[in-house]
Write a protein that binds this ligand. Structure first.
Ligand code: SF4
Length: 386
């Protein structure tokens, strides 16, 4: 049987952060949340026939939004529907994203665990209360510490902490203190993302009004990136992807499956799927999603069949995100051709520019290449296809 990953999107938050361009809604009525979950259960059940007998579920990721913003009952029921609908592997990695402003006391954490969730991804972002306030997070550092302690007390032994950096004028010392705090928690995994500000976010507008050029190369951001990489590495975390670090044995399997371009199904508004070399996109409109599911139990708005060229490009781009890069033999196995023959010119140029390296078995980004990852990746994209 083949293996597959599942992603479930919970698009609700207590309050919208000023830098956020995820599909998430603040201040929604309980009634709408209830309608959404009923639709979600229906969408999941509709996949039973397609997956059962052919696939076992290797990983599940409940993301958002803020999945622990909704009543715990919804998540318990969601897990039940997933277990009833699919063949979930006994040792499946089941992650839920959670924010300290949601349901996160010890009793609630115990309920998540009992429901089958075995990995938590907690959003700290920063331990600096002034920055948290400035970027519109609706929790403070103490809230995070309470949530983290509750997770540990409930027995969660696989916890990721999310960080974000690169805000204009961000206090460097406060950022370093945040990293030191994270190390001291001894969490198993850290995701540290450099801010990529979408044009439609309130913070982008604020920066524009203040005359801040968000497109300009930000060396402060790169300095912070190097700091977090160095500190985590020195404290026993292996950097295995551009923004992800893990203690031995705690790599996130779900995200690794994305970077390995493996198959996954996404449920919920704005969720994406990848199966049989095709990408499926659910509608990003909440009302439309509810209507579509009611009408035909599916909210797929667009299907994009990837041709051989696009599949090669995705494999390379996603593969280069990983510290070890991608395996050249894997490329040959999947596409029936030799990577170095297919990309002779691009490879020579990027090696010369010191952005990638190879030992002929793998191809990966150099340290400098990590700073210019997008430029290096763009080399492999043909204009004809994009
Ligand atoms: S908590 Fe996360 S998903 Fe929700 S608004 Fe903030 S950044 Fe966006």
């Amino acid at each position: 049987m083949k293996k597959i990953s599942l992603y479930i999107h919970v698009p609700f938050c207590k309050k919208k952060c000023s830098y956020c361009d995820f599909v998430s809604y603040e201040n929604v009525e309980e009634n709408l949340i209830d309608q959404y979950f009923q639709a979600l259960y229906e969408e999941i059940r509709a996949y039973r026939t397609l997956l059962n007998g052919n696939y076992t579920v290797e990983t599940i990721f409940i993301g958002g939004g803020t999945p622990n913003f909704v009543a715990v009952e919804y998540i318990e029921k969601l897990m039940q529907v997933l277990f009833d609908s699919f063949e979930v592997e006994k040792d499946a990695e089941i992650t839920m994203e959670a924010n300290p402003n949601g349901h996160s006391n010890k009793e609630e954490m115990l309920r998540y665990k009992k429901a089958g969730i075995n990995r938590l991804s907690l959003g700290l972002q920063s331990a600096d209360d002034a920055l948290l306030k400035e970027i519109g997070r609706s929790h403070c550092f103490q809230d995070f510490q309470d949530a983290f302690a509750a997770a540990r007390q409930a027995g969660f032994d696989n916890v990721n902490i999310d960080l974000i950096f690169g805000f204009f004028g961000q206090d460097r010392k406060a950022f370093e203190d945040t990293v030191q705090y994270v190390v001291q928690t001894q969490c198993e995994h850290v995701s540290a993302y450099s801010l990529k500000l979408g044009e439609e976010t309130p913070l982008y507008e604020t920066y524009m009004e203040q005359g801040i050029d968000v497109e300009e190369e930000d060396w402060e951001d790169r300095e912070m990136y190097r700091y977090v990489c160095r500190e985590l590495e020195e404290n026993g975390y292996e950097q295995y992807e551009l923004s992800n670090f893990a203690k031995k044995g705690y790599l996130c399997k779900h995200n690794t499956n994305y970077w390995d371009t493996k198959e996954y199904i996404g449920f919920g508004v704005a969720a994406h799927s990848y199966k049989d070399h095709a990408r499926f996109f659910n509608t990003s409109d909440l009302e439309q999603y509810l209507e579509d599911i009611k009408r035909n139990a599916s909210a797929i708005e667009e299907i994009e069949q990837l041709n051989l060229q696009k599949r090669k490009e995705e494999f390379i781009i996603m593969g280069l995100r990983k510290t070890k890069g991608f395996e050249v033999d894997d490329y040959t196995r999947r596409f029936g051709s030799d990577f170095f023959a297919d990309y002779e010119k691009e490879t020579a140029y990027l090696i010369e520019a010191k952005l990638i390296e190879t030992d002929k078995k793998n191809v990966w980004l150099t340290e400098e290449g990590k700073d210019f990852a997008n430029i290096a990746m763009m080399e492999f994209i043909t204009e004809i296809n994009y």
